[in-house]
Design a protein around this ligand. Structure first.
Ligand SMILES: [Zn+2]
Length: 275
């Protein structure tokens, strides 16, 4: 063995954390294998490397961190919490047909910000600040349909791949330590939590489409989605845009597209048995 190789081996053996980190990276990368699937509703062909199980693990880690950080702000009773649980349950039931392995859970957090998001694998966070804008169950179903669609269409995994961070994500999932704080922050930023690294316009549009069909399949009136987006646009004038407005084509364009999907949504609602 050459001198440098011996020195490297000695370095590894002397530092178990580094050895564990390297093992985690290796294990994580071995689990990566591109799988092909079609997105729900829009039937777009996708090539995604992170498996459903890996996406669920990544989302659960971030969710646990969010709940820890916001422990004092979690709303666990009252009419707002009941509404969030009631509407989420109906949307989750519909989304489960596309992603049967995902484990859904929703948490309402007291925060004066009109936002919500769904992490990979089905963990949802809703801020109380969006409830005055959603106004009713159908409005909230519009938001939850859109957010849940990002998860079932595996948009975060696509973003991670586009940013060439799949191996880093796999390492986080496998060991949670094989990364620098900077890399960890980049993955967190890609999880759809804030508006700092927005979804692409085509992903936003796809989430609008899938979300509209989801709310209709759950028995809500899809025309209420248009009313909600108009209220949302009024409410967010002059403010930092929330996740779902962060990189979207113009407001008018969005509503036009939603109107275009309306016949499909009406059929979906009729098949749901709602009157
Ligand atoms: Zn979105």
């Amino acid at each position: 063995m050459s001198g440098p190789a011996k020195a490297f081996l000695a370095f590894i053996v002397g530092r178990p954390l580094v050895a564990i980190a390297i093992a985690a990276v290796v294990v994580g990368i071995l689990l990566l294998r591109t799988h092909h699937q079609k997105t729900p509703v829009t039937h777009r062909s996708q090539h995604v490397e992170l498996t459903d199980a890996q996406q669920m693990q990544l989302g659960s880690q971030e969710y646990a961190k969010t709940l820890r950080e916001n422990r004092a702000r979690i709303v666990s009773s009252g009419p707002q919490e009941a509404e969030v649980q009631r509407v989420a349950q109906r949307i989750e039931t519909v989304a489960s047909r596309d992603k049967p392995k995902f484990v859904w859970k929703v948490t309402l957090i007291k925060k004066n910000e009109a936002n919500a998001y769904c992490l990979p694998g089905g963990k949802i966070v809703v801020y109380t600040g969006i409830l005055p804008v959603t106004e009713n169950d159908a409005g909230l179903a519009t938001v939850l349909g859109h957010e849940v669609a990002h998860a079932t269409a595996e948009h975060v995994a696509e973003r991670i791949e586009r940013n060439k961070l799949t191996e880093v994500a796999a390492a986080i999932i496998a060991g949670g330590i094989a990364v620098t704080p900077g890399q960890f922050a980049r993955i967190s930023a890609l999880l759809g939590v804030g508006a700092s690294l927005p979804f692409s316009r085509s992903q936003e549009s796809e989430a609008d489409h899938i979300g509209l069909i989801y709310m209709a399949r759950a028995g809500y009136d899809p025309h209420q989605a248009v009313a909600f987006w108009k209220r949302m646009q009024r409410a967010s004038k002059g403010k930092a845009p929330p996740e779902f407005l962060s990189d979207h084509p113009s407001d008018e364009h969005r509503i036009q597209r939603i109107q275009g999907w309306m016949p499909e949504a009406e059929r979906a609602r009729e098949s749901s048995g709602a009157s």
